[in-house]
Design a protein around this ligand. Structure first.
Ligand code: BGC
Length: 360
């Protein structure tokens, strides 16, 4: 462990020099992280390299991980790359050079991140793929949700509302394996409707880096190309859903054309109770973060990890834990998001007059 400590000190000095990205470690400053004394030397240290903190959900991931790490007495070092592949690689290398016991990675780019796995393995550090799969690598374990099911839930929900008509699909980042899984799940449900000729997929595009502004442009293009004759919109997440709803609003169509989402972001929950968005897919982030951290600790202790699945990443079948996503709409908002205290009741219903809010 002495070697580990030396490596940590050197690496932290280089972080200070480079001042790269976001750095978070159980609320401690960088200096405090180096001041571990001998007694702390055996503490498990987990690195987490994140693509982004842009969407609200990733901030929740970070917050839950930090709280849980504190509770369990492990140290967690978190860096976020703002969607920049080179930055993510540099940050991951930095975490590796700090001698972390395990590296968790939520990759910006599923393929590029394979080099992070290689670099970590060269130092004997196991890697956990967090929420997003790292493709074509020997990644040790993958912890996520059933992402094809997320897409199926979106399409099942909206085809019940609109079994016939012109559909628009606005997907996520092509660099994110999840975006492809969400789309596959949705298309599996749409296919029989399309084959029958009931549903016409009039527009189908992915959105670079999951940007809501890209989704808004897609929706504007779809409306223009179809003279506003769009009956349903499947958006892969709440961010893109928000973008699409802004474009619909420009044409006075918000609330008239059903739109899906994912993440149960506060803004999306508000739109749902206001009737602007039809549904979201709720993925309880505390469950993901806690499962991932518990799994990472087992990897660090070289204990056997519990998994419930295997997912092929192009190179190997990755032992995986896949959690269950849940549909949320106006009807079950109280029984899901409010019940779990995912967002406060007052916030979700803040734009709804008090006498029209459900009873708590
Ligand atoms: C996650 C979604 C998130 C999206 C954009 C996906 O990989 O699974 O929850 O909305 O990335 O960050």
């Amino acid at each position: 462990m002495a070697f580990k400590k030396l490596k940590k000190t050197v690496a932290v000095l280089s972080i200070a020099a480079l001042t790269m990205g976001v750095f978070a470690g159980c609320g401690q400053s960088v200096e405090e992280q180096t001041s571990d004394n001998g007694a702390n030397d055996d503490k498990i240290v987990i690195g987490f390299s994140m693509d982004t903190l842009k969407e609200e959900r990733w901030q929740k991931d970070r917050d839950v991980l930090m709280a849980r790490a504190k509770e369990l007495g492990v140290e967690i070092l978190i860096q976020a790359a703002n969607g920049d592949d080179n930055k993510q690689i540099a940050q991951a290398e930095n975490l590796i050079s700090q001698g972390v016991d395990v590296l968790m990675v939520a990759p910006h780019n599923a393929e590029v991140a394979a080099s992070i796995v290689e670099a970590a393995h060269e130092e004997g550090i196991p890697v956990l793929s967090y929420d997003r799969l790292i493709k074509n690598s020997d990644v040790d374990v993958y912890v996520s949700f059933d992402n094809e099911k997320v897409g199926r839930l979106q399409a099942e929900y909206i085809t019940k509302l609109v079994p016939k008509g012109n559909y628009v699909y606005i997907g996520g980042a092509p660099t994110d394996n999840n975006a492809h899984l969400f789309k596959k799940g949705a298309m599996d449900i749409l296919k029989p409707f399309i084959d029958k000729g009931d549903i016409n997929l009039v527009y189908d595009q992915m959105s670079k880096d999951w940007q809501p502004s890209e989704a808004q442009k897609h929706m504007e293009n779809a409306l223009t190309a179809n003279k506003n004759k769009v009956d349903a919109v499947i958006c892969a997440n709440d961010g893109t859903g928000g973008g699409a709803i802004s474009a619909l609003a420009e044409q006075q169509l918000a609330g008239k054309v059903p739109v899906t989402g994912q993440d149960a972001e506060l803004a999306a929950c508000q739109r749902i109770v206001e009737g602007l968005q039809s549904m979201t897919v709720y993925k309880p982030i505390p469950k993901l973060a806690e499962t991932a951290l518990d799994t990472a600790i087992k990897l660090a202790k070289k204990e056997e990890v519990e998994t419930n699945n295997k997912v092929n990443n192009g190179k190997i079948d990755v032992p995986s834990v896949l959690l269950e996503p849940v549909v949320v709409d106006k009807e079950n908002m109280m029984d899901t998001i409010v019940k779990d205290n995912y967002h406060p009741f007052e916030e979700i219903y803040k734009n709804i007059p008090e006498d029209q809010r459900p009873k708590q």
